[in-house]
Design a protein around this ligand. Structure first.
Ligand code: DON
Length: 305
């Protein structure tokens, strides 16, 4: 068995020179304040072992990584019916692009770009009486930490600067692909994005994706085996937006990034990896995070191909 702890520590060492190269997300004012030079990595195996290195206690908001859980909870409730409202194709455009949405009649390309996640939130909102509470409880059960919280300063900051996401939601509403009040759904969406945790909790929360849909921490089936395969396939093609091809080429694992600097990567039947470093590349993905995953992919032989 590889020495996971040693390899994670080597990854944390190797990315140190890269930490200053990225830029923190500044379109969300509350995120712009975090110091650049931070890095953490965790690996949670299907046998329930966890390894971590770097700034392992540091907490961050998971941002777009939350879109994976939103889709998961929506698929639990709708199954394949959900795909009438959101597509499964890579967008090739930025995560917050509006252009395709008009050409494609208010049906977002996939559930991981903002428009797709917001319409998925709308679907979920229709089936839950307290969506923010349900979401938080799901993360608490699956991460094994019943104290996980939402960073309300970040959620409010995003809501106060919601213009672009609001534009997408109203455009979808104009096409008849939105059922609830836009402002209510956006508030839920921003709260989901502002759930705060460290990399250990993040790797555990998404361990079901490497365990064929079963979460060992909550002892619950989260997705069927087939849905888990489908989710990982979608993550591979669209999890990193217009950089999905480059990420696939360098890392070779299904993954999902967030503008807070977090990324999860899945190795089916082996482990879930999470990395975090707030400095982003030009596309909006963690620069050191991707470099660390590339290193781990090579060292651990994790590529699924
Ligand atoms: O809605 C937004 O723009 C953010 N809350 C999430 C975007 C995000 O994380 C994109 N990821 N790289």
């Amino acid at each position: 068995m590889p020495n996971y702890q040693e390899i994670l520590e080597q990854a944390a060492q190797r990315v140190q020179p890269l930490l200053r190269e990225g830029k923190v997300a500044n379109y969300i004012p509350a995120l712009a304040e975090q110091p650049l030079e931070q890095f953490s990595v965790s690996l949670h195996t299907v046998d329930g072992e966890t390894y971590s290195a770097g700034d392992t206690e540091a907490k961050f908001t998971i941002q777009s990584v939350s879109k994976v859980m939103t889709l998961t909870l929506a698929l639990q409730r709708y199954g394949d019916e959900l795909w009438s409202r959101v597509g499964k194709e890579p967008s090739g455009t930025a995560f917050n692009s509006l252009t395709q949405l008009e050409f494609e009649n208010g049906i977002p390309r996939n559930p991981f770009i903002n428009a797709g996640a917001i319409v998925t939130c709308d679907a979920l909102y229709s089936r839950l009486s307290a969506p923010i509470h349900t979401m938080l409880e799901s993360y608490r059960a699956m991460s094994g930490n019943d104290k996980l919280c939402i960073n309300k300063v970040v959620a409010q900051s995003e809501y106060d600067h919601r213009y672009r996401n609001a534009a997408m939601a109203y455009l979808m509403k104009s096409f008849g692909n939105f059922n609830n009040e836009v402002e209510d759904v956006l508030w839920s969406y921003f709260n989901f994005c502002a759930i705060e945790m460290n990399t250990t909790e993040l790797a555990k929360s998404f361990s079901y994706l490497s365990s064929q849909g079963y979460c060992n921490l909550s002892k619950q089936r989260i997705l069927t085996k087939k849905q888990t395969k489908q989710m990982n396939s979608l993550l591979f093609t669209s999890g990193l937006y217009d950089a999905a091809g480059d990420f696939g080429y360098r890392v070779g694992m299904p993954g999902k990034s967030g503008v807070g600097g977090a990324i999860i990567a899945i190795v089916p039947n082996r482990f879930t990896i999470s990395v975090w470093s707030p400095g982003l590349d030009k596309v909006g993905n963690s620069l050191a995070g991707i470099a660390a995953l590339e290193y781990l992919s090579n060292e651990l032989g994790t590529a699924i191909f």
